[in-house]
Ligand binder design. Structure first.
Ligand code: COA
Length: 196
């Protein structure tokens, strides 16, 4: 496996480590009901988060890797991004015909600083340049206005609305589908990157 290491102006994206620090960070993220409000799963306990990191590392070791679930850190938090505590989670799930779904989830205390835009920019660069993908897709709850803004700002286009896409807390919710094609990505956002 070639570990993914991406770097933007303020953030770095790396593989998870099976350490107390990374498990705590993932639990801070996925244990917060406000963070998971629009996600397809509810808040998770710490044990589930520890199991998830084990799964992410197994996925990373696959001979033909098709799932990238990665930790996002801030460059300002440590000299080496490998040592910094994750403040967000980023994912790419590959499908057929050189396509992938992307995902991004940030701890609440860092919302509103433009980090999500930087994360999606780095994922786009990695997907289109390093992995040579042709299409990226994202699913967004129709009430998740901040996430819609993140995607549209980067050029993602609306493909449609899926009705009753999720059932949570006794209610159905609809979601939007967005996509970006390789030739629509100017690649101007991110810094360098390596891995694959
Ligand atoms: C949605 C989320 C990723 C946004 O992250 P963020 O780092 O705060 O996003 P950014 O700062 O890059 O950009 C947010 C944009 O949405 C706008 N915004 C924020 N809240 C908004 C709201 N309630 N209505 C409309 N726009 C809103 C901001 O003004 C900003 O727009 P701008 O770029 O024009 O200034 C973050 O809140 C999060 O992790 N939420 C929980 C998990 C989640 O929903 N993930 C996405 C699943 S699709």
């Amino acid at each position: 496996m070639v570990p993914v290491r991406l770097r933007g102006p303020r953030l770095a994206i790396r593989e998870y480590h099976h350490t107390e620090g990374d498990v705590d960070a993932l639990h801070t993220l996925f244990g917060d009901p406000q963070v998971t409000r629009y996600l397809p799963f509810g808040p998770c306990d710490r044990e589930t988060c520890a199991d998830q990191i084990g799964l992410y590392l197994e996925e990373a070791m696959a001979e033909e890797r098709d799932t990238y679930r990665l930790a996002v850190t801030r460059l300002a938090d440590a000299e080496d991004p490998q040592d910094a505590t994750p403040i967000a989670h980023a994912s790419l799930t590959l499908g057929g015909f050189r396509s992938a779904h992307l995902g991004y989830v940030l701890v609440r205390e860092v919302w509103g600083r433009g980090y999500a835009g930087e994360i999606v920019g780095l994922l786009c660069d990695f997907a289109f340049r390093t992995l040579d993908l042709h299409r990226l897709a994202a699913r967004v709850d129709v009430d998740n206005a901040a996430s819609v803004r993140v995607l549209t700002r980067l050029g993602f286009r609306l493909e449609g609305r899926v009705r009753h896409d999720r059932f949570e807390a006794g209610a159905w919710s609809d979601s939007y589908r967005y996509s970006l094609l390789a030739d629509e990505w100017p690649g101007a956002v991110a810094g360098g990157g390596e891995g694959g």
